[in-house]
Design a protein around this ligand. Structure first.
Ligand code: ADP
Ligand code: MG
Length: 693
């Protein structure tokens, strides 16, 4: 009984077996239509061409196909726990192999019977007895052997891989109707297959009869090197490139609300700008004088002097009569910026306002009134700036500091408070070029590649916790000589984890052993007044040692500080450690970053920290972080509707990205960008084409 034909654009509910529950599961994974399901390609392929005897299974690890009869079938619930376990023994004339199924009591039925069966699954070693066993193997009737290369699907929530395979089989019936979203001329010369045949071959691989060829195909699939997989990766990167291009195009059609006509009045700065700062300021002023809103990323390592660049941009816009909103990720940083921007702008007649969640009600009302009354004002704040009650009349420039700590939605929300204001985002966490092209692809890039003169490279050393006593006397000496020291902890309170140091556990002990220099504390759960008092006392030298959480990671700028001690540093990412290290080495005295590690450290952590100690180059550390941890966490992908990439692998697929960018540019030139972008929406994991601006 066939219903009307299924089409790729149909809802998944038209698939046999998909009711409201499964629909919910599928949709929560971004699968709305039958076509979306086609894009859920297998994540593994298994060779089920030849079965082996149970006697030939000699090592754990790899999945195997075993043929044999079932003996000794048992259904149990071991040690009173809830998990129901089916155990059995697979046997033939040459030997036996135990098999076990967890939480699948129904397999017992499939196993009753006399004939030989096939079992496909992973071999593991029993944790207690050390014997090899098959764990949760798939069961096939005798006739189903020689299945060739079989696709394996990643389960989606409660939808298991095998049921998913069944649904995909149904969806494959619509393949002939699937439209290729990429026009034919755009694919020319790329050596990539049509989408239709790529999907067909990934879902239903053709198994070569020759075992050598078979192994080669499996290897290529595993390494994601087949033309079919490259086609999917290409589509994903093209969709991103088109989304980026679309935002750029839209911006170029907007007119900037504030056009800075005159150059900036010189600021009376306490130092000379570096060459790099001068160049970047010129780039920014060029944008601010142009007809379209600026959208620029300022990248510069910790301490390279981004704040003064932002201050000059802000001054230009203020003098042109427009308001500037400056957003920072923490209250502490916003508070510090009010102080330092206030100092830099002294004598200009502009004074920064602070807007954070910690303001008192009266103060807050006053600031909101000033801002809605029209400017020009410079307002510095946290997320509090994007609350609905905040009206930024005459907003001409948005500055986002430490961009990597914000979601892009935040910066868009702030931009949306104005009519096409300029945007300057700043970050000290460089991301490798290929990722930047995607994550920040809609932004122009300025780079501060020079540190202010007189900086001394910070020396990084690793010390065991058992040697900490000597370290504390060293701190006391540094402070006595006019320096300051930070001690940073991964958390405020003790947790169950023994190896992770906490601020509270250590504060008393340190107060006792550091009687001389005076010890202060700062963390995110303190009120604003307390926090400001602690930082001010540290700045003035009243307190010599500041114990803190990572709230000091960004923004605290005390040039006298010469020692940064990081407790349990193995808990932090390399870029984060680099930010922390950047808090010292800002003055003219030699500085140290001390990593205080547990006496026993896993080898991998040891290696990571060694990489950190070997370079002061934030760019290299970001790349190392990427290689060690993958790009999943890198901010900026979500903006393009992709929660990370499904098929492409950056930075490794850099060449493919270049091709995708070329094709995107060609489509833009020929006026087809938006049209193709709409068709490619399913290729962005979120399934939605991001909005502009
Ligand atoms: P970041 O790029 O990390 O935000 P900051 O803007 O906080 O760096 O600057 C770090 C320190 O360097 C500040 O104390 C600032 O006053 C100082 N600084 C910035 N530019 C210069 C310069 N050209 N010469 C000397 N010191 C500078
Ligand atoms: Mg900064």
């Amino acid at each position: 009984m066939e219903g009307p034909t299924l089409r790729p654009t149909d809802s998944v509910t038209r698939l046999r077996g998909v009711g409201p529950v499964l629909q919910g599961v599928l949709e929560s994974c971004g699968v709305h239509t039958v076509g979306d399901l086609l894009l859920c390609v297998p994540y593994r392929w298994e060779d089920r061409s030849t079965a082996v005897s149970p006697a030939d299974v000699l090592e754990p690890g790899r999945p195997v196909l075993v043929r044999g009869r079932i003996t000794g079938l048992r259904l149990g619930r071991p040690r009173g726990r809830g998990r129901r376990v089916v155990t059995a023994v697979v046997a033939d004339e040459r030997g036996t192999l135990p098999a076990v199924w967890f939480n699948q009591p129904w397999v017992a039925k499939a196993l009753r019977g006399r004939g030989p069966l096939f079992f496909f699954g992973k071999v593991e070693r029993h944790s207690r007895t050390g014997r090899l066993q098959l764990v949760n193997p798939e069961i096939g009737a005798d006739g189903e052997a020689g299945g060739g290369i079989v696709p394996v699907y990643r389960p989606m929530g409660r939808l298991g891989g095998r049921r998913l395979r069944g649904l995909v089989e149904q969806a494959l019936g619509t393949l002939d109707e699937l439209e290729d979203p990429v026009p034919e001329d755009a694919l020319k010369g790329l050596g990539l297959p049509k989408l239709r045949s790529a999907l067909e071959r990934l879902h239903r691989p053709v198994t070569p009869a020759d075992p050598v060829e078979r192994a080669a195909l499996l290897g290529a699939l595993e390494r994601r090197e087949t033309p079919e997989q490259l086609r999917l990766a290409f589509d994903e990167l093209l969709a991103l490139a088109l989304a980026v291009g679309s935002v750029r195009q839209k911006r170029r059609r907007q007119r900037a609300v504030c056009r800075v006509q005159r150059g900036v009045r010189g600021l009376d700065l306490p130092f000379e700008l570096t060459e790099a700062q001068r160049r970047v300021v010129a780039e920014i002023l060029g944008d601010l004088g142009g007809p379209h809103p600026m959208a620029r990323l300022l990248q510069g390592d910790v301490g390279s002097g981004k704040t003064v660049v932002a201050a000059l941009a802000a001054l230009a816009v203020l003098e042109a009569g427009h308001t500037v909103a400056f957003m920072a990720p923490t209250e502490l940083l916003a508070e510090q910026h009010v102080v330092s921007l206030g100092r830099l702008l002294r004598g200009t007649g502009f004074e920064p306002l602070l807007l954070t969640g910690s303001l008192g009600a009266a103060e807050r009302r006053q600031v909101l009134e000033l801002l809605s009354g029209g400017g020009p004002h410079l307002v510095v704040g946290t997320h509090a700036l994007i609350q609905r009650a905040v009206q930024l009349e005459g907003l001409g420039l948005v500055v986002v500091d430490e961009q990597h700590r914000f979601g892009v939605a935040h910066r868009q929300a702030l931009v949306a408070k104005g009519k096409a204001p300029h945007l300057l985002v700043m970050t000290a966490t460089p991301i490798p070029r290929s990722l930047a092209l995607v994550a920040y692809g809609d932004l122009e890039l300025s780079v501060l590649d020079e540190l202010p003169p007189g900086r001394r490279p910070v020396r990084t050393i690793v010390r065991r916790r058992s040697e900490a006593g000597r370290l504390w006397s060293f701190l006391a000496g540094e402070v006595a000589a006019g320096g300051r020291a930070y001690v940073v902890y991964p958390r405020i309170e003790a947790s169950g984890e023994l190896e992770v140091q906490s601020l509270e556990e250590n504060a008393e002990r340190l107060r006792a052993s550091l009687a001389g220099p005076g010890v202060g504390v700062v963390h995110g759960r303190m009120g604003r007044a307390q926090r400001e008092a602690a930082v001010a006392a540290f700045r003035s030298g009243e307190i010599g040692v500041l114990l803190s959480t990572t709230v000091v990671e960004v923004g605290v700028d005390v040039p006298e500080a010469t020692v940064m001690v990081i407790e349990s540093p193995e808990r932090f990412g390399l870029s984060q450690l680099h930010q922390l290290r950047g808090r010292v080495g800002r003055g003219h005295r030699p500085s140290w970053c001390v990593l205080l590690v547990p006496d026993v450290l896993p080898a991998a952590a040891e290696r990571r920290l060694a990489v950190f100690g070997s370079t002061n180059d934030g760019f290299r550390l970001a790349e190392a972080d990427l290689e060690l941890r993958g790009p999943g966490e890198i901010a900026g992908f979500r903006q393009w509707g992709a929660d990370g990439l499904r098929f492409a692998r950056l930075p490794w697929d850099h060449e493919l990205l270049q091709k995708a960018r070329q094709v995107a540019a060609m489509l833009a030139r020929t006026g087809r960008l938006e049209e193709v972008l709409q068709r490619m929406a399913p290729h962005l994991a979120g399934g939605e084409v991001p909005g502009g601006g």
